[in-house]
Design a binder for this molecule. Structure first.
Ligand code: SAH
Ligand code: SF4
Ligand code: F3S
Length: 442
């Protein structure tokens, strides 16, 4: 609290876009309670860490941060420390045992409880846990959006896939879709409020609507959103090769606002691995799917996720992954070292790959992917692309950036010709591995 009696809240978000979106609902509740958001932990009356547990590295980072907070609590015993999100759901009361200075642990289906838990405290101390997964995942909550032109719109929560390495279904629960009408209403409102781009979020957007049992699916949602005025771009993530259908690809290709960027995780180029991962598709099915998508959208930007060192992955199987990424030519790939997660089947399998070997494979994979990314970005040189202007880059205020419809980042020297939030055309002068350099043409 400051001398004027203002109360402050600090929020740190880890993990995926779903967590970023949830943080906006935590921020909305905090604002409704009279807190102002701050970037300074020192002045905060509430510190909220919205956490991820998808890999050990994510958990490690958060545990380090939780450790740091002990000093803040010692200095200010009134401080409320809340740990929320997937790791909170996974660890529950074990977090209090590990770090008694935590006050609140709030799971993924209990976001709405923050308000009551803070009101009930009224200066009292003590631990409170809210992690009942049987509650609905979605609640009508005040939302404080962090961006002015870009908005997250969760269309579903949870995952039914149970890939054998993955903790997400355990901490997010089963799939629950929001009704089409509700999503359409939210997107329409965003359009009226001046938002230019929305990202539809789900762990597997291609199984959207199946639980509603009224014939809606991701394709019909995309078609319904096409008629909503206002928003310029509609992104969607993440897609799943098992559930994505040609009809959904048709809907994306036919839409004028849904972008031609497909993030379609393959995870491995070996059918034996895919089977053990319980992914539910083969490499051949995947290749057919992207061939169809490329036929329908000649400008398709294709990205993926890959895991190296999954239990039982031999050198030959790893080579199949390298072969696959060469063949497909991804614009970008998120590459991960397999991380055993307690409670998932693969964590108990005996044929774990040695850490050094996993690192070697990751490096090898990244080297090849970087070559491809560079080559594809170079092909963009001399062509102009539409971007939405996001403003200065992190490191240098004189350089501004924006993203193309395919989600590529272009950086240019600020020349006063465009404002943040403008849609502008930028000529690409130089393609690099991660970004493109260019200049604004109008
Ligand atoms: N629902 C999305 C992604 C969820 S997690 C999907 O199915 O694609 C994001 C990525 O993290 C996954 O695609 C996978 O590549 C990676 N991942 C998940 N669990 C992991 C683990 N235990 N070890 C390493 N990478 C993992
Ligand atoms: Fe995890 Fe698989 Fe579900 Fe993605 S589809 S969230 S990788 S279980
Ligand atoms: Fe992490 Fe949870 Fe997202 S585990 S990746 S924050 S759904």
């Amino acid at each position: 609290m400051d001398v004027l009696g203002n109360k402050f809240a600090y929020i740190a978000t880890y993990g995926c876009q779903m967590n970023s979106s949830d943080s906006e609902r935590y921020a909305g509740q905090l604002e409704a309670l009279g807190y102002r958001l701050t970037e300074e932990m020192d002045v905060a009356d509430v510190i909220l860490l919205n956490t991820c547990c998808v890999r050990e590295t994510a958990e490690g980072k958060t545990l380090g941060k939780i450790g740091e907070l002990k000093h803040y609590k010692e200095r200010n015993p009134e401080l409320v420390i809340a740990v929320t999100g997937c790791m909170a759901q996974e660890w529950q009361e074990r977090l209090f045992e590990r770090a008694p200075h935590i006050d609140l642990v709030i799971g993924t289906h209990n976001i709405h409880k923050l308000t009551a838990l803070l009101q009930e405290r009224q200066g009292k101390s003590g631990h409170a846990l809210a992690a009942d997964m049987s509650l609905p995942a979605f609640h009508d909550l005040p939302t404080k959006r962090f961006h002015k032109f870009f908005a997250w719109v969760p269309i579903m929560n949870g995952c039914n896939k149970f890939c054998t390495y993955c903790i997400v279904p355990h901490v997010r629960g089963r799939e629950v879709s929001r009704p089409v009408a509700e999503i359409v209403r939210e997107v329409a409102q965003l359009g009226k409020d001046g938002y230019k781009e929305v990202t539809l979020l789900g762990q597997n957007v291609n199984s959207y609507g199946l639980d509603l049992r009224d014939g809606t699916d991701f394709g019909t949602l995309v078609e319904a959103l096409e008629t909503v005025p206002g928003v310029e771009r509609i992104r969607y993530m993440t897609s799943h090769p098992k559930d994505m259908t040609p009809a959904m690809i048709d809907a994306i290709a036919a839409g004028s606002r849904v972008v031609h960027h497909l993030h379609l995780p393959i995870q491995s180029g070996s059918n034996a691995m895919l089977k053990r991962m319980n992914r539910g598709y083969t490499v051949e099915h995947y290749l057919d799917l992207i061939a169809y998508a490329r036929k329908k959208m000649s400008d398709l930007v294709l990205t993926t996720d890959l895991i190296v060192g999954f239990p039982g992955e031999t050198e030959a199987m790893f080579q199949e992954t390298l072969q696959l990424i060469r063949q497909v030519g991804y614009d970008m790939a998120y590459t991960f070292i397999y991380s055993p997660r307690t409670g998932t089947p693969a964590a108990t399998w005996p044929d774990q790959v040695a850490a050094a070997e996993k690192s070697r494979r990751l490096q090898c994979l990244m080297d090849i992917q970087n070559e491809t990314s560079l080559a594809l970005n170079r092909e963009m040189e001399g062509r102009s692309y539409e971007v939405i202007v996001e403003g200065p880059t992190k490191n240098d205020a004189r350089h501004w950036f924006g993203r193309t419809r395919g989600n590529k980042m272009i950086i240019w020297e600020e020349d006063g010709s465009v404002q943040i939030g403008d849609t502008a055309d930028v000529m690409v002068d130089k393609g690099q591995t991660w970004v493109l350099k260019g200049h604004v043409i109008h």
